[in-house]
Design a protein around this ligand. Structure first.
Ligand SMILES: NC(=O)c1ccc[n+]([C@@H]2O[C@H](COP(=O)([O-])OP(=O)(O)OC[C@H]3O[C@@H](n4cnc5c(N)ncnc54)[C@H](OP(=O)(O)O)[C@@H]3O)[C@@H](O)[C@H]2O)c1
Length: 328
């Protein structure tokens, strides 16, 4: 049986994305076949689709680290045909064909049963970006962060992880400083609940002092590099930062002072390899206490054919919010 998928092909060191017909028999030999109804676009997908060998070793390949759909058949014992399920991360979309195809075949251990009070479509409005925001929030709350502690920050706030982090913080009653490179989005961010919108270009990126005025009670950093180094120096006593991104740089040049003089904690988040029961906990939260009633409002729905253009946009840092792939 044939299905449609985005295929990334390597030609003379260039990487080309096209939509092709594939055969289900060519999918990897895993136990569970899923008909994908929705996927979503993440920065990591754009890296895979542009030949980043740290993400995907060999091509041709179908990226897509997110998928929500219906079990077609399974030789495992956890699910049955017809179950509505969510798959994010592990090796899917990296070196196992991913959600940018109408079918995926994955091990049952990677699959989460969709919670009752969340639709498949809503789950892909969150996708890995939302899951990552949720994992960051979970770490900060476990560290004791409360709305009364003071303002929190979100960096890279117009991106997928950033927007959902902002919305989740607001849902739980926090005051949020939104740090962005897109000041033209100030009104949009304020409408989403940001209390302050800060131009990232106004931050002291050369860090003249290793300890700056402690203005934040914690925060979520989706950027890394010099922005994260600045935020580490600007966060208060016993607080914590959850970091997950690297769009602003891979290295972190900071000093030990915020850690030994303010007791700061820096939590790293790896959503792909998170334990399945932790993923289940976050999806359950998205369907209950952390339910975002307005999650669908800022989503751009696209077809598979529109994906190559959106991949270019996210690579250039021009994407605003989340992009959801909708299959027929
Ligand atoms: N660790 C994990 O498990 C995990 C999971 C998901 C994503 N991530 C990572 O988290 C990051 C964000 O992912 P995403 O899906 O939200 O990506 P995204 O939608 O492309 O958002 C990234 C945002 O970062 C800001 N940005 C872009 N280029 C920048 C630069 N050169 N310097 C500073 N800021 C810049 C922009 O927001 P503003 O203009 O508003 O600043 C952009 O919208 C990526 O590095 C991604 O790989 C990690």
């Amino acid at each position: 049986m044939e299905y449609r998928a985005l295929i990334t092909t390597e030609k003379n060191k260039n990487f080309i994305n096209s939509i092709e017909n594939k055969d289900i028999a060519d999918l990897p030999d895993n136990d569970t076949l899923i008909k994908v109804k929705y996927s979503s676009l993440n920065y990591k997908d754009a890296l895979s689709a542009s030949g980043n060998k740290g993400v995907t070793r060999s091509y041709p390949h179908t990226p897509g680290i997110d998928a929500a759909g219906i079990i077609e058949n399974t030789s495992g014992n956890k699910f049955k045909p017809g179950d509505e399920v969510i798959v994010t991360g592990y090796d899917m979309g990296m070196n196992t064909y991913g959600g940018f195809g109408e079918f995926i075949k994955v091990p049952q251990e990677w699959i989460v049963k969709k919670p009752k009070n969340l639709t498949l479509s809503e789950s892909m409005a969150f996708g890995t970006a939302g899951l990552t925001a949720g994992l960051c929030l979970r770490k900060l709350l476990k560290n004791g962060l409360k709305p009364d502690d003071g303002d929190v920050f979100v960096s890279g706030v117009t991106g997928g992880v950033g927007i959902i982090s902002l919305m989740l913080f607001k849902k739980l009653g926090f005051r949020v400083s939104a740090i962005t490179g897109k000041m033209d989005q100030e009104e949009f961010l304020k409408n989403l609940g940001a209390n302050n919108v800060i131009d990232r270009n106004t931050l002291d990126l050369e860090l003249i002092s290793p300890l700056q005025k402690p203005v934040y009670a914690g925060g979520i950093d989706a950027v890394g590099g010099k922005i994260l180094a600045n935020l580490i120096c600007s966060t208060s006593q016993r607080a914590a930062i959850a970091c997950c991104g690297m769009v602003g740089g891979l290295s972190l040049d900071t000093s030990i002072f915020p850690f030994i003089l303010r007791g700061l904690s820096l939590f790293g988040i790896d959503s792909a390899e998170s334990l399945i029961d932790v993923k289940e906990e976050i999806w359950e939260n998205f369907s209950s206490d952390w339910k975002l009633e307005n999650i669908d409002e800022n989503i751009k729905d696209i077809s598979l054919d529109e994906l190559p253009d959106e991949i270019d946009k996210i690579l250039k840092g021009k994407q605003i919010g989340r992009v959801r792939v909708v299959y027929d």
